[in-house]
Design a protein around this ligand. Structure first.
Ligand SMILES: [Zn+2]
Length: 264
């Protein structure tokens, strides 16, 4: 299975999964149709599945257009998103399994950004290969989704499900937010050397207009403050010793940081 990363809208990524043997494709969170249709045309592939992580328009906006071209594609989404995902045919819960090509994916129920957010984890075919996590707007490289509908406790539970995945798991986040996330992260944990080198690396990549996605679970555990609620330096930064409180304080500070960054 080949994964194509397609830039869409202003800073979204759509992921297209291609099975070259059968010449079929699936797409994760199609926010707009044209990048997907272009790639499908280039591959000459038939779209058989749409995997949605949550109901926001920049993740499901192309469902209807794609279904017009490929009426037999199956549209997957969370059971809690019933009525909010155009064309949805399969209503998934945590622990359910989906398949594409030779890969079997586990559905993780990860509320926080929205009530019904799910993620798809495709374990590796061979143990030496990395698995693939499609996490929508729950985890970003260096950050996490805003709590639009859920609570800090829910988000900590959700992110905990990602923290226990194998270190080499590739993390396919739905937005290119890494640089602005790391600008915040270094203010929280300036003494983290892994974070400082990741920051420098990402800064250089963005200057060359390179994508920073996929990341890995290992990189995120080492550098993402939103997976490090139990690290002493992070807890000190927000003056807390409790995981959920630490997370909540970080998220609040990040929202304010965003306001500052975008209020110029
Ligand atoms: Zn969203």
């Amino acid at each position: 299975m080949q994964i194509y990363r397609l830039p869409a809208l202003s800073d979204n990524y759509i992921f297209l999964l291609h099975d070259a043997k059968r010449n079929i494709a699936a797409v994760v969170d199609p926010g707009e149709p044209y990048p997907v249709l272009r790639q499908l045309r280039q591959l000459g592939a038939e779209l058989v599945a749409i995997f949605n992580t949550h109901h926001h328009g920049d993740h499901v906006g192309a469902n209807a257009d794609l279904l017009r071209e490929f009426p037999y594609a199956i549209v997957y989404g969370g059971a809690e998103d019933r009525g909010r995902i155009p064309g949805q045919t399969v209503f998934l819960r945590g622990g359910d399994r989906v398949t594409f090509s030779d890969r079997s994916g586990e559905v993780l129920f990860v509320p926080g950004h929205t009530h019904g957010h799910i993620a798809y984890y495709f374990a590796a075919e061979r143990s030496s290969d990395p698995g693939d996590l499609f996490c929508g707007d729950t985890l970003f490289s260096g950050g996490c989704g805003r709590l639009r509908e859920g609570t800090p406790a829910q988000m900590v539970d959700s992110l905990t499900q990602f923290r226990v995945l194998p270190d080499n798991t590739r993390v396919w986040c739905a937005h290119e937010y890494t640089l602005s996330n790391l600008k915040f992260a270094v203010t929280i944990e300036p003494s983290n050397l892994n974070l400082q080198s990741r920051f420098a690396e990402v800064w250089a990549m963005r200057e060359r207009s390179e994508a920073t996605i996929p990341s890995t679970i290992e990189i995120e555990k080492q550098t993402n403050p939103f997976l490090r609620w139990d690290v002493r330096a992070i807890q000190d930064a927000v003056n807390s010793r409790d995981a959920v409180q630490t997370f909540a304080a970080l998220r609040k500070q990040r929202d304010l940081f965003l306001a500052i960054v975008f209020s110029r």
